[in-house]
Design a protein around this ligand. Structure first.
Ligand code: AHR
Length: 652
């Protein structure tokens, strides 16, 4: 190197050294134990998350139980004389009162009914699909031909049900598709002449999650599983409350045979006039048994939320009279028995009949969602007393209402502190700036009493669930910064979940959401990547990470937290750079940890804060991984402008 070059090099080094910020991790002092439930998921049946989403059923309104019984269906025939249907209502009070009575007058297969699916029927080439139907032959010799049609109306799959008996029974067949279609339809052609009754027309892919017949969409579950969630909160949200009490979520209507699960209107059907979803109903094919099973599959603690005797206070605000609360409390007691009871008990026996003699190990139960004021506290208190008397081990989750501050919030915390909830659920849907400004929110929370469940949060670039809010990089970065504060306070914050979890690209009501899907594919968002980076780098204990002896929570745009993982033997550092400049860091591990190998750095960065991924453009925001040697427990590293970075080093 020439003399001149050497001088420039020296000067440059000094300049770098001047701009370098020193982050000190106290590696030998474990501060707080981090709950295994720290990062979880919140599943709500919003945005077609269940029917049309996670639940892999492809036929919409399969049992003709929608209030408009032929919604999702239409007839194809050349004249009325050739055939017709009548919707018959048994009017027997059962969950499945309606069925279709079809009369065919001509044997030429000219009478068809078509189902449009959930925003289309989508199939993949060379995959196998399972069809089933309940039917009874009334007269004649009708045969059934089944076809998947692509968007141009061409047949890409065919199967037949050759004959039907006089008694109601289930018929099954399967087919393999010859092509892929995103926007197809499913056609039933009635051949022969006579009369037939049909019900529960169903079509599922064979390739469901764990190959379970009538199961869940594998690609969606895989995305959720990759988060390694510590818990799963279900089934909502406002869905638990219902617009009125008649439309509240009742878990008992969601277990047992699918045909006996009573359909209701999904409360998001009419909620937003800008995003109407008149065909949004809950078949409960995905019900409480399936939620428990999913939690078990994912190794996540199940956290069901039950109605506390109150409908949504943003809607009817209907409450059950205090003296009439018993059936609601009984539902909670019975749910615990369903999950944890011996198979000799009434509800434990139903779990057994459904194929799961082993207990589901329910430890957490939420009472109410976003309720407020005395009517909630009065009802909650009765639930709590009864439940804890019978099940003292139960960790009850109560709620602080819909807002993260203000009168409802303060009142809820004040009153709930006098009771015994294990956790209080806080919700915040706020602009990104709020998340950056509130990173220290939990630093001064009282350490005694209920713990915090950050049960629903998401940075909305526009306040509220308006269509302009996107899953952009700015929102994800704000959440990443805020999460350093959640992590730093892991002694008081024990559970956290982004909300909502799922959204169908053609059928959503609320945006942003963590995972998007169409009928064939799923897409992760920047927010998902952030959640995943936290949840798969959870650690077991917090460590202090400071600059000049202070927490790093916004100085020149930098936010940071650190953890140790005593099981996997690692030290993990999370760093958010919310400034427009690259920041040059010297990360120093104090306390002489015996580190080994190189430090792994995973980074998401984008100068374009408005960038977001789309199904046809998945790579706008992605994670990059690099490695750097650590020398004498010091690792120099630069974090790019507007970035989230995780540094990880193995210890001995
Ligand atoms: O996550 C969407 C909704 O937001 C939830 O149903 C409700 O709890 C909150 O208002």
């Amino acid at each position: 190197m020439s003399k001149n070059c050497f001088t420039v090099f020296l000067l440059f080094s000094v300049l770098i050294a001047r701009g370098q910020r020193v982050l000190t991790v106290q590696a030998d002092e474990k501060k707080f134990e981090i709950s295994p439930t720290m990062w979880g998921v919140f599943f709500e049946d919003i945005n077609f998350a269940a029917d049309g989403g996670l639940y892999a059923e492809m036929i919409k309104n399969r049992s003709f139980e929608f209030p408009t019984p032929m919604m999702g269906w239409h007839e194809v025939r050349s004249s009325y004389q050739k055939g017709r249907y009548v919707v018959v209502n048994r009017s027997d009070g059962s969950a499945n009162e309606k069925y279709l009575d079809i009369i065919i007058n001509r044997a030429d297969g000219d009478y068809k009914i078509i189902n449009d699916g959930f925003r289309g029927i989508a199939v993949r080439k060379n995959e196998k699909y399972a069809f089933s139907i309940l039917a009874q032959s009334i007269k004649g010799d009708i045969k059934l031909k089944l076809n998947v049609l692509n968007a141009r109306g061409q047949i890409i799959a065919e199967a037949k049900v050759p004959a039907f008996q006089k008694e109601w029974q289930s018929y099954k067949t399967s087919f393999i598709t010859s092509d892929t279609t995103q926007n197809g339809r499913f056609q039933l052609t009635f051949e022969g002449s006579g009369e037939i009754n049909i019900d529960m027309v169903s079509l599922f892919p064979y390739d469901t999650w764990k190959g379970r017949p009538g199961g869940l969409r594998k690609d969606i579950v895989e995305k959720i599983a990759a988060l390694k969630p510590g818990f799963i909160r279900f089934p909502g949200g406002c869905i638990v409350e219902g617009k009125d009490l008649a439309n509240r979520y009742q878990w008992k209507n969601t277990v047992g045979n699918t045909v006996d699960r009573r359909l209701i209107m999904n409360r998001w059907n009419k909620e937003f006039t800008n995003r109407p979803a008149p065909d949004y109903y809950q078949s409960f094919g995905l019900g409480f048994f399936e939620y428990f099973l999913l939690a078990e599959d994912l190794g996540a603690a199940p956290l069901p939320i039950l109605n506390c005797g109150m409908a949504c206070q943003f809607n009817s605000g209907e409450v059950v009279a205090l003296g009439e609360l018993d059936p609601y409390i009984q539902d909670a007691l019975d749910l615990i028995e369903f999950a944890n009871g011996d198979i000799s008990t009434k509800w434990g026996s139903l779990r057994n009949q459904m194929g799961h003699p082993v207990k589901f190990n329910l430890q957490y139960l939420g009472i109410g969602n976003e309720q407020w004021e005395p009517q909630y506290i009065e009802r909650y208190a009765i639930f709590e007393k009864t439940l804890l008397t019978k099940y003292p081990y139960l960790k009850i989750v109560s709620g602080a209402g819909p807002y993260p501050q203000g009168d409802y919030f303060d009142y809820a915390w004040k009153e709930l502190r006098k009771l015994n909830p294990s956790l209080i659920d806080e919700h915040y849907y706020k602009p990104p700036a709020w998340f950056f400004e509130n990173v220290n929110r939990y630093d001064n929370y009282p350490r005694k009493g209920p713990k915090v469940f950050a049960g629903e949060y998401a940075a909305h670039s526009k306040e509220g669930a308006v269509p302009e809010s996107r899953n952009n990089w700015e929102s994800a970065l704000a959440e990443a910064a805020f999460m350093t504060g959640l992590e730093r306070n892991a002694d008081i914050v024990r559970m956290c979940s982004y909300a909502p979890l799922l959204a169908h690209v053609d059928a959503w009501q609320w945006r942003p959401d963590l995972i998007w899907f169409d009928n064939l594919k799923t897409m992760t968002t920047p927010n998902y990547l952030v959640q995943k980076m936290y949840s798969t780098n959870r650690g077991t204990h917090t460590l202090s990470i400071t600059e000049d002896g202070k927490n790093i929570s916004g100085q020149n745009g930098l936010f940071s937290s650190a953890v140790a993982d005593t099981i996997e033997k690692t030290i993990i550092i999370k760093i958010v750079n919310n400034s427009s400049k690259t920041q040059i860091l010297s990360v120093q591990l104090k306390g002489s940890p015996e580190t080994s190998g190189e430090m792994q750095w995973q980074t998401i960065a984008s100068d374009d804060l408005s960038a977001f991924n789309q199904l046809n453009e998945l790579d706008k925001i992605i994670v990059h991984t690099s490695f750097k040697k650590i020398v004498k427990n010091i690792c120099d590293w630069s974090v790019p402008a507007y970035s989230f970075t995780i540094g990880k080093i193995a210890t001995k």
